[in-house]
Design a protein around this ligand. Structure first.
Ligand code: SF4
Length: 221
C-alpha cells in the first residue's frame, strides 16, 4: 500500500511559520488536547482528508520551483503519523536536492524528544528544526514561532544553525501572523500569543462581526 497522510490543509506561500517563504502542511489528528489549543479543528484523527505522499510531494516540488525556502509541517500532531511523515520528508529532501535549492524543514510536535519512540525519532531525523513541547496556557511567551515558554526550538543541522540561530531567543514586538481565506472560511497562519485570539474576537464583535465555528473552541458534534 502506498504511503498517505491525513491532512487538514496545505498552503503556499506561508510567511509566518519559519524562515522566508514556505509551504505549510497541517496534519490532521492530535491526541494531546492541550488546554487553550488554537487548532482544535485538527484534533479528530478521522477529520481532514487522506492525501497520498506522492501527491503531497508534487505540491512541495511546485512550491520549490516557485521559490519556497522551506517546508513547515505542523498540525495537529505530525508525529501521530510517523511512517507517512518519514516517507513524505524523504521525498521532500530528494526534491529539494533535485531542484538545486537550499530548503529547510521544520516539524512542530507537542511531544518532548524523550517521549518519542524509534519510528517517531526516525521521522524527525529528516527535519532541520524541531519545535517541541505541549502548548501550556500558563506559560505565555513572546518567543517567535512558539506558543508557550516551555516549547523548545531544536536546531538539528548546519543549515538550521545558519538560518535559525538568531531566532532561538528572538522576541518580535508582534507574533508574525497571516490571514488566508478559503470560500467562507478565514484562517490565521502563525502562532498567536496567549490571549490574542480572544482579543481579536472581542474587537470583531465590537465592530458587529461575530465569528462562528472558531478553531480555538471545541465544536459541538
Ligand atoms: S497545541 Fe498542538 S499539541 Fe497541543 S493539542 Fe493543539 S495541536 Fe495538539
Amino acid at each position: 500500500m502506498s504511503a498517505a497522510l491525513r491532512v487538514n490543509r496545505v498552503h503556499h506561500p506561508v510567511t509566518a511559520l519559519g524562515y522566508g517563504v514556505r509551504l505549510g502542511v497541517w496534519l490532521q489528528g492530535c491526541p494531546l488536547a492541550c488546554a487553550g489549543c488554537a487548532s482544535q479543528d485538527t484534533w479528530d484523527p478521522g477529520g481532514g482528508g487522506e492525501v497520498p505522499v506522492a501527491e503531497l510531494a508534487e505540491v512541495w516540488r511546485a512550491a520549490v520551483r516557485a521559490g519556497a525556502d522551506g517546508l513547515t509541517v505542523t498540525g495537529g500532531e505530525p508525529l501521530a503519523q510517523p511512517a507517512g511523515l518519514a516517507a513524505f520528508l524523504r521525498r521532500v529532501r530528494a526534491i529539494g536536492a533535485d531542484c538545486g535549492r537550499e530548503t529547510d524543514v521544520i516539524v512542530y510536535s507537542g511531544y518532548e524528544l524523550d517521549e518519542l519512540d524509534e519510528t517517531q525519532l526516525g521521522a524527525l531525523e529528516h527535519a532541520d528544526v524541531a519545535i517541541t513541547g505541549r502548548y501550556e496556557i500558563a506559560q505565555p511567551t513572546e518567543l517567535i514561532w512558539r506558543g508557550s515558554a516551555n516549547q523548545r526550538m531544536i536546531l538539528r543541522t548546519p543549515l538550521a544553525r545558519r538560518r535559525y540561530e538568531r531566532y532561538v531567543d528572538h522576541r518580535p514586538e508582534r507574533s508574525p501572523m497571516q490571514v488566508a481565506a478559503d470560500g467562507d472560511a478565514v484562517w490565521l497562519i502563525g502562532v498567536p500569543r496567549t490571549g490574542d485570539l480572544a482579543r481579536l474576537e472581542r474587537r470583531l464583535r465590537d465592530q458587529g462581526l461575530h465569528l462562528q465555528d472558531v478553531s480555538w473552541r471545541r465544536q459541538k458534534p
